[in-house]
Ligand binder design. Structure first.
Ligand SMILES: [Zn+2]
Ligand SMILES: [Zn+2]
Length: 366
């Protein structure tokens, strides 16, 4: 038994594999105290990824100094699509909850939108809209500029919003608007890759690491399950997912996978050992794209983002173990909660003149 080290990153100095494994801890600037950094370093962390948020520039600057003094690699984490700031300022840039009505079981009592209204998905503002793409790019630039250069910058949520088609599954994120009402201009499927490239141009000294979330699963289609009877898995979800991921995978050496197994409701014995979903989800990067007109992405290119909040030390260790079994490049253990919540908002809209989403996507279950 190890002594109470706060968190056990299972460091094994003897293994050659371990020498190259990325063992990174995600913290808010306030969480990055000298004491905690010292303990994480002792536990085997190779780096700290600091969350950058509006209004916390000075706190972040202070934390960067502490990370460097602790002898740890410095990374930044930026939440992109889930953005209350832009959602409040530009409700028309939010993703919507149209198409399938199954999401309503999670939010009973949401009124039907009247003429001139649409149900938007608060506070999700995906970069897939041209207007939001530019605004997010400026936001990312503002968050990072004037801070010391980081080894890498993680960009989270470059896909669309949860419950994309309206099924209610937080992992169905393949499209910002299932239609028919669109209130911003949609970019082509390579928007995420272009966003990563644009951020890379702004900060050429840092490796830009896109953080990707996996899609729905076959068992989600059952009534009462996450897609609640909508045939998402056999439909368009993974085709659209793969179409967006392939340009990202071609442009970025390393990707990260957002895998908070409990927050995503994947703490389930069907995946085998504790936190078995982590291993399962990492394997989909190699398995699913070839089945959906794409190419396999080996796990050695993927950093697993694991749930370090609201879990026990044993559960943290199980997740790390599963990531290793999958052959991941390493992991980010998130001690700061990565917010993924979503909720319907009725918004008055003026559809863009070009709005015509009806023929864009093949029907589910084709
Ligand atoms: Zn799906
Ligand atoms: Zn679904």
């Amino acid at each position: 038994m190890r002594a109470k080290a706060g968190i056990d990153l299972l460091y094994e100095k003897s293994s050659a594999f371990m020498q190259s494994e990325l063992r990174i801890v995600l913290l808010s600037p306030a969480q990055a105290t000298p004491d905690r950094l010292k303990r994480r370093k002792r536990d085997g962390a190779t780096g700290i990824v600091l969350n950058l948020a509006k209004g916390e520039k000075e706190a972040a600057r202070g934390a960067t100094g502490r990370v460097k003094r602790a002898g740890l690699d410095l990374y930044y984490w930026i939440e992109v699509a889930r953005c209350p700031e832009l959602a409040d300022a530009h409700p028309e840039w939010m993703a919507s909850l149209q198409g399938h009505p199954e999401w309503r079981r999670r939010f009973p009592g949401t009124p039907e939108p009247a003429v001139g209204e649409v149900v938007k998905n608060y506070p999700w503002v995906p970069i897939r809209y041209r207007e939001a793409f530019d605004a997010h790019l400026r936001r990312v630039e503002g968050l990072v500029q004037e801070l010391p250069p980081a080894k890498g910058i993680f960009l989270n949520d470059l896909q669309a919003a949860p419950s994309a088609c309206g099924c209610g599954n937080p992992l169905c994120r393949w499209v910002p608007d299932y239609g028919p009402i669109r209130t911003a201009a949609m970019l082509p499927p390579d928007a995420a890759a272009r966003f990563v490239a644009a951020v890379q141009k702004l900060f050429p000294g840092s490796e830009i690491i896109p953080v990707w979330t996996t899609e729905c699963e076959e068992h989600d289609m059952a009534k009462g399950a996450a897609c609640h009877g909508v045939p998402c898995f056999t439909g368009v979800c993974w085709y659209a997912y793969t179409e967006q991921l392939m340009p990202v995978a071609r442009a970025s050496r390393i990707l990260a996978a957002l895998l908070p197994y409990r927050a995503f409701g994947r703490d389930d014995p069907r995946y085998g050992p504790p936190a078995g979903w982590v291993r399962h989800a990492l394997a989909t990067f190699a398995q699913m794209p070839p089945r959906r007109k794409g190419e396999a992405i080996p796990a050695e290119r993927i950093v697993a983002v694991l749930q370090g909040w609201d879990v026990t030390s044993k559960e943290r260790q199980a997740q790390i173990q599963r990531a290793r079994e999958a052959g991941a490049r390493g992991y980010v253990l998130a001690e700061m909660e990565i917010q993924q919540g979503w909720e319907p908002r009725i918004v008055k809209v003026q559809p863009t003149p070009a709005a015509d989403a009806t023929q864009e996507h093949p029907a589910h279950g084709k």
